[in-house]
Structure formats: C-alpha cells, structure tokens
Ligand binder design. Structure first.
Ligand code: KIV
Ligand code: NA
Length: 268
C-alpha cells in the first residue's frame, strides 16, 4: 500500500487527522484511520517519565520512529526532531534529519520553529532543498519550556502577527505543513488564511486544516491531559481495573484456572 505523501495532504478536501504515537502495535491500530502518525518528542514526558521533552535523544527518537514505520503501511510517519538535534549548525541538522529518512524510514521530519529562535529559515530551506520533507511547528513550542513555560500564544496582536509571519517564512522555506500548538482560535484562522500549506492544530481551534492529539491523551491514558484534549476512552481506568482483578485472582487462587494450565497427559 502506498503511504500518504505531502502532496496528498495538500490536495485533501477533508480535515487531516494526525495522531502522535510511539510504538509499532499502536501504529498498527492507527494506520488506516490516521493520515499521519507523528512520533512526537512528547514521548519524553508522555512515556519516558521525564519532566519535559528536552532529554529525548536522537537515538531514542529514531528507534521509536522506526518502530512506528514497521507497525504501519499507509500513514505518513513524521519523526519529531528532539531539542538541539537541529539548529546548532546546518550540517548537523541535515545529517540528523537525513537519518530519519535513511535509517528510520520516516516520510518527513518535524522541527519546532519558534518565532525567535530554535532553527533558522535558512536551515529549513536547506533541508527542503535536499529533499527532506519538513513539517514546521509554531505557537507553543514545548522545547522552549525552560525559557518560557507553557502558555497560549497570540493573545496580543504583536505576538499573533509574529506567529503568522513565522508560518509564512516557513512556507517560503518549503515546509509542506505547519503544526499550530496552543494558539487562540483567531491566530489559528489567521495562519490558515495566510499560508497555502495545510495547518494542523493542537489546541489551535477549529479554523485549521487538521487536528493532532497525543494518543495517550485521547484514549484517557494521561493523568492530567491539557484542557484542549477530548478523551474518547478511559484506558487508564481499564488498565487499573484489569490489573486489580488479576491481583485479586492471583491472591485468591482464582488464576490460573484449569484452562490456563498445561497438562502432562496426552490431550494437553
Ligand atoms: O511531540 C508531539 O507530540 C508534538 C505534537 C503534540 C504536535 O509535537
Ligand atoms: Na513535539
């Protein structure tokens, strides 16, 4: 089966569905439902127990990106480049970005592209010139958390304008899509209006070309999901209930039962 390409996303006339996920079996479940699976650096705080995304390494990110590629056939897989794996120099950025395509088999990379730093437009341009499909990411950029904290962007006009300007520059540098995180609905609409490439929002309102949520948040696995999340299941509760029942069974002798036991006789 052919995978979703940047061109497919551009030509899509219904909203783009993106999910951030980190492993092969989850990718297999999502594959023909989501258009894009993002292997987010959110794995740091969502799955690896870190305070934020900053400790995530390229090796960890590549390993999980490769797992998601193995678990999927049709979705576009986007590898999310971790903090300081890009932007230090154009050479290092290009070498790291190429590994996502060459080693992990990803279809694209995503780089956080805050208005005032992280990565230059020239760097993004160099990647797109090389043929690395790049997804931008503006608004709240969690890799800046130790400088800025987490907050909604674009509540004042100057900041709103800066986000729109940045998205335009990125489009000019060749990104095929832009993620908009935690911005007002007005900023989401302005950016979507200002650029031709699809915008994919997370906490960015309704006036965008697609939505992305972290799988753990949408299935009710996260303990304190952000307010923009809708939880579609209570997997955390399901896991807890299952393990409690198992523990009760083990302690009471209810498990294993006859059907879980290997017999020594001819029919087992
Ligand atoms: O790391 C991540 O999961 C992300 C999305 C939430 C956009 O960057
Ligand atoms: Na991310």
């Amino acid at each position: 089966m052919e995978r979703v390409t940047a061109k497919d996303l551009l030509e899509k006339d219904e909203p783009i569905v993106m999910v951030a996920a980190y492993d092969a079996p989850t990718a297999e479940i999502l594959d023909d439902v989501a258009d894009v699976v993002l292997v987010g650096d959110s794995i740091g705080d969502v799955r690896l127990g870190y305070e934020d995304t900053l400790p995530v390494t390229v090796e960890q990110s590549l390993s999980h990106t490769a797992a998601v590629v193995r678990g999927s056939e049709s979705a576009m897989v986007v590898g999310d480049m971790p903090f300081a794996s890009f932007g230090v120099s154009v050479e290092e950025t290009a070498e790291n970005a190429a590994r996502y395509l060459k080693e992990a088999g990803a279809g694209a990379v995503k780089l956080e592209t805050p208005v005032d730093g992280g990565v230059s437009v020239e760097t993004v341009r160099r990647l797109t010139e090389l043929g690395v499909p790049v997804m931008g990411h503006v608004g709240l950029t969690p890799q800046q958390v130790r400088r800025e904290g987490y907050r909604v962007l674009g509540r004042d006009d100057d900041e709103a304008d800066a986000v729109v300007r940045r998205a335009r520059e990125l489009e000019d540098a060749g990104v095929f899509s832009v993620v908009l995180e935690a911005v007002t609905e007005e900023v989401g609409a302005s950016v979507t209006e200002a650029v031709d490439v699809p915008t994919i929002g997370i906490g960015a309102g309704r006036e965008v070309d697609g939505q992305v949520l972290v799988i753990d948040d949408l299935i009710g696995m996260s303990e304190n999901p952000p307010s923009f999340v809708k939880e579609y299941a209570d997997v955390r509760g399901e896991i807890r209930d299952a393990v409690e029942e198992y523990a009760d069974d083990v302690r009471s002798g209810g498990f294993p039962a006859d059907e879980h036991v290997f017999g020594g006789g001819g029919d087992g």
